[in-house]
Design a protein around this ligand. Structure first.
Ligand code: ZN
Length: 513
């Protein structure tokens, strides 16, 4: 098989960019991004992030400069606090063009996506916020974009060692979550990173700690998959999420949340959260990606593959579980626990390990008959949501997650130093109806009910004030518009050279035969 020369890759990439930035596709293509090898004029390490749309093209330098090469700058803003306060987002959902939108940390997030030696695409395409593409797996509510709302996940810290500040006008990045959890659990600063280190890696959010306590707390990280930052805080402030409100009362929530890595999809960000690295270092580039080295199409975010997540981690990776285990003495009970989470390597207790040990050849997908009955869930606010099969399954899985949490925290003595608790029904609710819909809000209420139940369990043990909590999500959500339809597939097919479009949105140029 022949390989493409550098010149051929450049020329074909130009053709792809030209085809996708045609005004004909402006309603569905928001941005096209790639990385260009710099000709040595800048100090950006030889690589520059590029972005284009039908309005123009820009080279993004790591020092923050935007070098507009054609037309207008398609990345008009990188403000991570855009569309705040929340009323602004509600008043103008789904910006029509990239000039009205914001793309936080655009250069560093694009550079990370394109930093893997064999799995990075040649070009990535982003849907406009309103694009509705059910024929390619799209939903009423969607995420995946570089834009601020799809990239904005809630981030709050609470409990022992956290300064009580309520909701603050600030933001962080999801790569900061892992280092924060590890630092809280006692991992020293110099052990938070591998030998290589990288300026794009995350850092512990020590600014929100009160610095008073020297005794190491027990740490619980909670992820509500796809929970919408703005709406979650809004519901908490209006008394609808008492569990979240209680955590905020005893800590701090960031109005601008945590900025996801790009693409703002599930497995990429679960992995970034639990390793403190962007996709270019941890290797899980998307929910679906292609590896040129093996010729394999990797589907990482699937019930049949979650338990295999460790197979795709690159050598630089240390999970937060491995970091914490390296400093906590081995005892009989688990030092680290990982509930209902794919990215579990190194955890002493892990749901995925139970799935691996079960011998199920299709992973979690083969074990549905062992889940509790969704109809009997005491946390469900509206049984009609069970008509949505993803919501129904999420209800079962989250009820089983709460059960595991209670077992792991049966007594203060046996409780893990670090517990990670991933919940999924919020993703189902937001996909089904988009942010602010009844089903999305009920998915937050259901999740909050489970949180309240667990906090009451800790109250019963008398240890709630000895625990530090961090609650986050892996991405945000925007609502699509059923009238904005279409596909960029035909434009790519018309180019007449071989390529793969995985996701869709990751375009890999292929040799001619
Ligand atoms: Zn997700």
């Amino acid at each position: 098989m022949s390989t493409l020369s550098t010149a051929q890759v450049s020329a074909r990439r130009e053709s792809v960019v030209a085809a996708l930035t045609s005004p004909d596709l402006a309603a569905i293509v928001d941005l096209v991004v790639w990385v260009e090898v710099d000709d040595g004029r800048s100090s950006d390490g030889g690589r520059a992030a590029m972005a284009a749309s039908h309005i123009g093209r820009v080279r993004l330098h790591q020092d923050g400069r935007h070098e507009v090469l054609e037309g207008l700058d398609p990345i008009a803003s990188e403000d991570p606090m855009a569309f705040l306060p929340y009323d602004l987002e509600c008043a103008s959902p789904g910006p029509l063009t990239s000039s009205d939108n914001s793309y936080p940390y655009a250069a560093s997030r694009i550079l990370s996506l394109f930093a893997d030696p064999t799995r990075s695409p040649d070009v990535a395409v982003m849907h406009t916020p309103r694009h509705f593409f059910p024929e390619e797996g799209g939903h009423t509510g969607e995420h995946g974009s570089l834009d601020v709302i799809q990239s904005r996940a809630p981030l709050l810290l609470s409990g022992k060692g956290v300064a009580s500040r309520g909701i603050v006008d600030a933001h962080a990045r999801l790569v900061d979550v892992g280092p924060t959890l590890a630092a809280l659990a006692g991992v020293p600063d110099d052990a938070l990173h591998d030998a290589v280190g990288d300026p794009l890696d995350g850092a512990a959010l020590t600014a929100y700690l009160d610095g008073k306590s020297s005794a190491k707390p027990k740490v619980i990280g909670i992820l509500w998959d796809g929970a919408h930052c703005g709406d979650m805080l809004h519901l908490a402030e209006t008394g609808e999420l008492p569990g979240i409100a209680r955590l905020i009362d005893n800590g701090v929530a960031l109005r601008g949340g945590g900025v996801a890595q790009f693409p703002s999809v599930t497995l990429t960000n679960h992995t970034s959260i639990l390793t403190g690295m962007g996709p270019g270092r941890h290797g899980v580039l998307g929910n679906v990606f292609y590896d040129r080295a093996t010729g394999e199409r990797v589907v990482s975010n699937n019930a049949s593959t979650w338990h295999r997540s460790a197979e795709w981690l690159r050598p630089a990776v240390r999970t937060v579980f491995e970091m914490v285990n390296s400093v906590v003495p081995q005892v009989d009970s688990p030092r680290t626990a990982c509930v209902n989470e794919a990215v579990d390597r190194g955890a002493d207790y892990s749901t995925m390990a139970r799935i691996r040990d079960s011998g199920s050849t299709s992973g979690a997908a083969g074990l549905d008959d062992q889940l509790p009955d969704a109809h009997t869930s005491v946390h469900l606010h509206d049984t009609t949501h069970l008509d949505d099969s993803y919501y129904s399954w999420g209800t079962q899985v989250d009820d089983l997650g709460l059960e595991q949490m209670r077992e792991l925290w049966a007594s203060p003595e046996s409780a893990p130093t670090l517990t990670w608790w991933s919940c999924v029904v919020s993703d189902a609710g937001h996909h089904a109806g988009g942010p602010r819909s009844d089903i999305a809000r009920d998915s937050l209420r259901d999740s909050d009910s489970r949180l309240v139940s667990f906090l009451e369990h800790l109250d019963g043990l008398g240890i709630t004030d000895q625990v530090t909590f961090l609650l986050t999500a892996d991405h945000g959500f925007e609502g699509s518009d059923a009238a904005v339809i279409g596909s960029w597939g035909p434009a790519l097919e018309a180019l007449g050279f071989p390529l793969r479009d995985e996701g869709p949105g990751f375009i890999y140029l292929l040799p001619d035969d």
